[in-house]
Design a protein around this ligand. Structure first.
Ligand SMILES: Nc1ncnc2c1ncn2[C@@H]1O[C@H](COP(=O)(O)OP(=O)(O)OP(=O)(O)O)[C@@H](O)[C@H]1O
Ligand SMILES: [Mg+2]
Length: 179
């Protein structure tokens, strides 16, 4: 079982990987655990990433498949963007670390568990549209997603950031549903 190699929950809180501080475990899957990582850019800007930490024992020959698909889908706004990967030693053990765009929110499984009344027809329609857009993009790129499940669909918290300092930066009003 791949999960037998997973490190205890939150045991890397405060550790660093190449200038990134691991703040908190935000999820775990079958082969790895996911931390929110933070990199301070100056005193007022925080760069965030979701860092998937995979024990070397769980790095099978096809471990780069997820990355290869994500790279082919670069720029598709509904797809979480790949930021890079590297090896790391944590508590004396070897891991592969994959850096992803961080989505503040929760996966579809926990969203449905905790937000029952928010699962409206409007939400379901928006979710279906998002998933269909991704399927159209994968089809056009001649790949299959291959792992579309409720843990891989991330529902972003409503985001009302308003960028008005740079003329070329658009207003972002991203709402829910993001796989
Ligand atoms: N980019 C991200 N931003 C925020 N949270 C994330 C991100 N990627 C993953 N997570 C959280 O970590 C959890 C585990 O992700 P992970 O990719 O390791 O496993 P999974 O996709 O749920 O399942 P599987 O092991 O089948 O791939 C997700 O369900 C989600 O809650
Ligand atoms: Mg996943």
């Amino acid at each position: 079982m791949a999960t037998e190699y997973l490190p205890p929950r939150d045991c890397f809180r405060g550790a660093s990987i190449n200038g990134w501080t691991l703040e908190e475990e935000v999820g775990r899957g079958k082969i790895g655990v996911v931390y929110r990582g933070i990199q301070r850019i100056g005193s007022d800007v925080d760069h965030l990433a979701a860092i998937k930490i995979i024990p070397n024992e769980n790095l099978k020959d096809d471990w780069q498949t997820e990355i290869r698909k994500a790279v082919k889908l670069t720029g598709i706004p509904e797809v979480v963007q790949y930021k890079g990967h590297q090896a790391a030693l944590l508590d004396g053990k070897a891991y592969g670390c994959v850096f992803w765009e961080y989505i503040k929110g929760q996966n579809l499984r926990s969203y449905v568990e905790t937000s029952g009344p928010n699962v409206t027809l409007t939400f379901i329609e928006s979710l279906l549209r998002t998933v269909l857009r991704v399927l159209v993009a994968t089809d056009a790129t001649r790949i299959t997603h291959g792992d579309l499940h409720e843990g891989n669909i991330l529902i972003a918290d409503p985001d009302d950031r308003f960028y008005d300092t740079f003329p070329s930066v658009p207003i972002s009003m991203r709402q829910n549903s993001r796989p």
